[in-house]
Structures are given as C-alpha cells and as structure tokens.
Write a protein that binds this ligand. Structure first.
Ligand code: ADE
Length: 416
C-alpha cells in the first residue's frame, strides 16, 4: 500500500484519540453499523481530500465499512494530525498522504497520489481535488460517478465552474445541507475558532475588542462565542443585509479601516482575499492579534505584512510576532491558515458527526443514483434523516402534527 505520513509510531496515541472522537459521533456510528451489513459502497474507490483529524478518521472507517476502497490526502498543510495519519495507515489500512507542515509541492504530490488510484467518487474540503482533476487529470473524469464538497469556499468554486460551463462531473454541495451549514459552520467554527485563539495565546477575551470580518454562519458563530466570553464584538461586512443583522444582534458594525485602530483581536471569516491589508496594519495597536478561520490563507495579506515588518519571530506555538518600524508588534496565529485547525483540533466531533453523516449518506446516494453534471443540493430526505438520528442520539423527542394540523397546513380556504 502506498502512503506518506510523518511517523507510523504515533499510532497508539492516534488510536486513543480516534476512539474518543467516536464516542461523540453516534450518528456516524449507526451509519457505519448499517454500512457494515449492507455494503452500499462495494466496488467504489473514494479519493478524499479532507482535514486529517480524528473526526475524518471516523468518516474513513465508515466508508471502509461500506465496502469502499479509500485513499485520503490533507486539505490543508497545517491541519494534519500526524498521530491520526498513523492510525489511518497502521490500523485502518488506507493509503494516507498527509504530513503536518508539508510544503506546497508535497501537498500537491499528495493530491495526485490519491487520484492515481482512479477514483469513482471524490470527497473534497476546498475543491482542490476537483480543480486538479479538471485542470491536470481530465483523463480520470469519465470514471467518476460524482463527488461531494464539504465547505462554503469549495462550493463557491464549484458554482463558478458550473457557471463557466467548466464542470465535468456531478457534485453535491454537502456544505449547503441544513444539518451541516447551520451547525458545523455556526457552532463548530464558533467554538473551535475561539479554542484556536486561546490555545495559541492564552489571552483573556473578556474586555477585549474582537473584530469579526464576515457575518455569514461562521462569522456569527465566532461573534456569539466571543461575546459570550465577555469580549466587545465589532463586525465588518460588505453585505448590507448581513451588516444589518449584525447591528440588530447588538454588535458595533464599521469598516475594517475604522476597526483596525480599535481592535485587539481580529478574525477573518469571509472566504475572500485581502480582507486585512497594509493600510490596516498601519493603523493597528501594539499587540494586535490576527487570525483567519476562512478556508484559504488569503484573507490576511501576509506578503504586505512581511514587507512592512523589520523582523519576525515565533514566540509561541503557531504564534508569529511581526515587529513594525515604529516598534508596534502584530501577532499572526497559525500562519494565517484556519486557526481552529492549525492551533487547535478543529470542530468538535459532536458537530462533525452531522457533517460527516451527510458525506457518508451522500456517498451511498451517488453510488446508487446517477446525477446530472451540476452542483446538486443534498437530498432533503438525507438532511432530515441526519437531524432525526442526531435528535434521537441526544434523547430529544419532538411533536408530530395532528391530522387536523396537517389538513390546516395544506388548505388555503380558511382565513380570518
Ligand atoms: N473542519 C473543521 N473541523 C474539522 C474537523 N474536526 N475534522 C475535519 N474537518 C474539519
């Protein structure tokens, strides 16, 4: 079996951590048990490009239980947990290509390595496999039945490909499922981003001005959790509707050029590039802490910051200090990459349970159904099933409509 990991001897620690995550993933566990009996993925070769975490390991074992052959590479150079990579190779026995801190060349060599076994299904987080397939490995596309995309940024890329007429195989936007977007993006990003900031810096958030750039589901999650810890939250937005929601949620809303001067901690979660730039670094206070929780490391202009700074040194794990000519210090966490995965462990398993249940059930769906070449939403019955299973696992019961209520909802005659 081909693989490229940092150190196979980390397997024991990896096993304990993967087992711990499993205790928090009851929905995926149930799916894995059914897959073990029904083997709906028999004959499928799945190429996955995901953050190599304990939660991903549990998705991988679910796909294997379903009968698939699986290869996995990292979807970010800094998110790989090397002990988990060891477990994937040593215990689960799947070709894993992921090394924490890998450079760009190795990252793309790993993407090609998972493609080399001619997948029938792809699973992406950020669309790097999909875009590599479309640009450099088009010969493999006829063998692919469909793929899934995990994250907002990836779905944006796919929709751009579809609009350009460039898309060549069917994809499901797992990100857009309600049981993904409303939970993983909001609760997952919210908690794990704060976790990343605190593990990197150990600062007290209470009393700090925390600037959140972007008020989508992820930004809202970060703002809520920062507020809950006593921070004074400032939101920067370009979308008038989202800015209005932020204002009515009780946050101060202002352009980043104003926020730059008053912020103590800055978090970018926009999915766009150049959100915090040279003119903003110029206005920041001594000691400002900056990090990103959007998929790519393009939101903070680190090239500009490096050019402006007179020196740079690593002062703590994943914390770099840039010294400005006037003596101010600006701190960058996780090299501007996803702070929740670079400085912490990513979203908690309990929320990834729903995201990855969608991935597993969509893998089964595309193995059984032929889709047109387009970006599809997750079938509503899968979304509802994930919510139902999650509620059941939490012991939460809900009401059902009475026949009279059903009739009322489907009638239009009764009014005032
Ligand atoms: N994305 C965010 N958190 C994650 C996690 N824990 N595992 C895999 N992908 C993630």
């Amino acid at each position: 079996m081909d693989f490229d990991i940092a150190n196979a001897e980390l397997v024991d620690r990896g096993r304990l951590r993967v087992e711990w995550a499993e205790t928090q993933m009851p929905v995926l566990r149930q799916i894995r048990e059914r897959f073990g009996v029904e083997r709906p993925l028999a004959g499928q070769r799945i190429a996955a490009c995901l953050h190599v975490t304990t939660e991903t390991a549990n998705l991988m074992s679910t796909l294997v239980a379903g009968g698939a052959e699986v290869r996995l590479c990292a979807s970010n150079p800094l998110s790989t947990q090397d002990d988990v990579a060891a477990w994937l190779v040593e215990d689960l026995g799947i070709g894993t290509f992921a090394v924490h801190g890998e450079d760009r060349d190795r990252y793309y060599r790993h993407i090609h390595a998972v493609l080399d076994f001619a997948p029938t299904i792809t699973i992406d987080d950020g669309a790097d496999v999909i875009s590599t397939l479309h640009s450099e490995r088009q010969d493999l596309i006829p063998g692919i039945v469909a793929g899934m995309e995990e994250t907002t940024t990836g779905v944006i890329r796919l929709r751009a490909m579809a609009a350009d007429g460039a898309l060549k195989y069917p994809l499901i936007a797992v990100n857009d499922a309600n049981t993904k977007r409303l939970f993983d993006n909001y609760y997952g990003t919210g908690q794990s981003t704060i976790d990343g900031i605190l593990r990197a810096t150990n600062i007290l958030l209470a009393g700090r001005n925390v600037v959140v750039c972007g008020y989508g589901q992820c930004g809202r999650g970060v703002a809520t959790r920062a507020h809950g810890m006593g921070a004074s939250v400032i939101v920067c937005e370009v979308d008038p509707l989202q800015a209005l929601q932020a204002a009515l949620d009780g946050y101060r809303v202002m352009p980043i050029s104003d926020a730059a001067a008053v912020g103590h901690v800055f978090v970018t979660v926009t999915g766009d590039c150049g959100v915090i730039r040279g003119e903003h670094f110029d206005r920041m206070q001594d000691g400002a802490i900056l990090c990103n929780s959007g998929h790519f490391d393009v939101e903070i202009d680190l090239v500009a910051l490096s050019e402006m700074a007179t020196s740079k040194r690593r002062v703590r794990h994943e914390t770099d200090e840039y010294l400005m000519p006037d003596g101010r210090r600006i701190y960058i966490l996780g090299e501007g990459r996803l702070v929740n995965l670079a400085s912490a462990e990513g979203h908690p398993a309990s929320v990834m349970d729903m995201s990855f249940a969608n991935q597993a059930l969509c893998s089964e769906y595309v193995a059984k159904n032929k889709l047109s070449v387009d970006v599809h939403t997750v079938p509503a019955e899968i979304d509802a099933e994930v919510a139902r299973l999650k509620l059941a696992s939490m012991g939460v019961r809900i009401d059902t409509l009475t026949p009279e209520q059903e009739k009322y909802l489907s009638s239009w005659q009764s009014g005032t």
